[in-house]
Design a protein around this ligand. Structure first.
Ligand code: NAD
Length: 503
């Protein structure tokens, strides 16, 4: 039983892995054309974990050629949709079978607690695959009124070769959020995982082959953004780029599309999400637990993390005490220890970036409420303290820019007007949370909050909510472009044609 795997057993399993980080092209592992090696460090102690090739244009050309041939051959896109669905379900089954192996890779690569990797990341990835399989039947065209002399309709076709480029905070989940919709709609895919977390996507490609995905339909290219990512972005034979990562890289992809073949873009980028607490929220303990979880889960490395706490005057002091209470109980430790709640950040560069924001917060006059430094120094891992800055000014850099680490900024409001204005005061618009039982307040927020997703927490009664991946999300502002998730998200991977047939 999984629950009985001890820290020592996880470490022994990890020590026996021989990490294979070679590209997967046309159904098999191949050597990269590049001989330049990149070192991947273990987030928990800074030591070398494995090395891999930085990648080259020739790798991209080979993968795109394989994907194009598999698309043109028609063996995948003309296959009945129920067969493509069945293969995605089989892939989900295999992922469940190998959950422990995948969780071990996610925890080792990212530094996230093994408990989360096993009980959150893997089930989410399975859910995304199954949802996309089921949604495939719902992609439909339409018919249009005519004078009766013709039949006018629209049909949808796969786009062709899709290039997916993803980040590292949930490597497997981000990969299947591209693989599921791209494959079930009949496209071929070249996917580039983050250079910080390439292993699970490569393992998944092997499972996809076992599930029945034909050679060339799914290709995985590890390597750097500057080599593999950039070559994909400019490639003349990639029809669409589907991306999850920072806003800065998203903008580069837009420029690359314009400079190359006007490839279509689906961009899921950064966020600086507000968590708005109204004094009518009935249970302050529940709010504190929610604020804590929404901010510090996955060490704050979540695109939709509630990084800006906007709280009604009079509630703040008690709420912060309670949130700090949760922080004090956090067990920081090794990602492979099943008792660990809070692991290291993924890399030294990410740790230094987060520490840099903490210093900037202090320099700009924010009040450091707790944290603000490195943690578990003796490990040489990339740990930082969960940090809260109280009484920040909305114009401060720590409030405006995405930190992507465990740093919460706190602001107070008196009126609903003020709350909405503070919530909307960044360039992002990914997600937002509000704690209120007032219907008029909720209605006002639904109308005016700039966010692709809004969660309104009333009593906080336990509920699993909508299945992960089943709702369409369209980021607002500079959080991205296009729709991911749900049936509408599947449609992003198809192109529409209008057809008129005259008698
Ligand atoms: P990043 O933009 O640095 O990298 C993302 C991917 O882009 C990586 O695979 C990287 O190698 C590649 N890349 C980098 N430079 C490139 C270039 N010039 N051309 C092409 N590809 C390039 O982002 P990250 O640090 O890996 O991830 C963190 C970011 O991802 C945060 O901003 C976070 O909010 C965002 N994110 C968004 C969502 C969402 O659903 N909106 C989900 C998870 C993460």
């Amino acid at each position: 039983m999984t629950e009985q795997i001890t820290y020592a057993e996880w470490v022994a399993r990890r020590d026996s892995i021989s990490f294979d980080v070679r590209p997967f092209i046309n159904g098999r592992r191949v050597e990269s054309y590049s001989s330049q090696q990149v070192q991947k460090a273990d987030p928990s102690n800074g030591k070398a974990l494995y090395a891999f090739a930085e990648g080259a244009q020739d790798d991209v050309d080979a993968a795109v050629a394989a994907a194009r041939a598999a698309f043109d051959d028609g063996g995948w896109r003309y296959r009945p949709v129920f067969e493509r669905k069945a293969i995605l379900h089989r892939l989900a089954d295999l992922l469940e079978r190998d959950a422990e192996a995948f969780a071990l890779i996610e925890a080792s690569d990212v530094g996230k607690p093994i408990r989360d990797a096993l009980h959150v990341d893997i089930p989410l990835a399975v859910s995304v695959l199954r949802h996309n399989a089921e949604a495939a039947d719902h992609i439909i065209g339409g018919t249009y009124p005519t004078d009766g002399g013709s039949l006018a309709m629209s049909v949808r076709a796969p786009r062709g070769v899709v290039g997916a480029i993803v980040g590292w905070n949930f490597p497997l989940v981000l990969a299947v959020m591209k693989i599921g919709p791209a494959l079930v709609t009949g496209n071929s895919l070249v996917l580039k995982p983050s250079e910080l977390s390439s292993v699970s996507a490569l393992m998944l490609a092997e499972l996809a082959q076992e599930a029945g995905v034909p050679d060339g339909v799914l290709n995985i290219l590890p390597g750097l953004g500057a080599t593999i990512g950039n070559a994909m972005a400019h490639h003349p034979d990639i029809d669409m780029i589907s991306f999850t990562g920072s806003t800065a890289t998203g903008k580069r992809l837009m420029a690359a599309s314009a400079a190359s073949n006007m490839k279509r873009l689906l961009l899921e980028c950064g966020g600086k999400s507000p968590n708005i607490v109204f004094s009518d929220a009935p249970d302050i303990q529940l709010v504190a637990a929610g604020v804590f979880q929404k901010m510090f889960w996955n060490q704050g490395q979540v695109c939709s993390a509630g990084t800006r706490l906007i709280v009604e005057r009079g509630v703040k002091d008690h709420l912060l005490e309670l949130v700090q209470g949760h922080i004090k109980k956090l067990r920081k430790g090794h990602p492979l220890d099943p008792d660990t709640d809070f692991g290291p950040l993924i890399s030294e560069a990410q740790r230094d970036k987060v520490l840099g924001f903490m210093s900037l917060g202090r320099e700009q006059g924010a009040e450091l409420y707790c944290g603000g430094s490195k943690a578990l120094d003796e490990t040489d891992g990339f740990y930082v303290e969960p940090t809260i800055f109280a009484n920040v000014d909305p114009s401060m850099t720590i409030v405006q820019e995405e930190i992507f680490g465990p740093v919460l900024s706190v602001m107070e409001f008196e009126t609903l007007e003020e709350a909405v204005s503070l919530a909307n005061s960044t360039s992002y618009g990914l997600s937002a949370t509000a704690w209120t039982t007032s219907l008029p307040t909720a209605q006002r927020l639904i109308r005016d909050i700039k966010a692709g997703g809004l969660t309104v927490m009333g009593t906080g009664a336990p509920s699993a909510g909508a299945p992960f991946g089943s709702m369409p999300v369209e980021p607002h502002g500079q959080s991205g472009v296009g729709v991911e998730g749900g049936v509408e998200g599947l449609a992003s991977y198809t192109i529409s044609k209008t057809v008129e047939i005259f008698a």
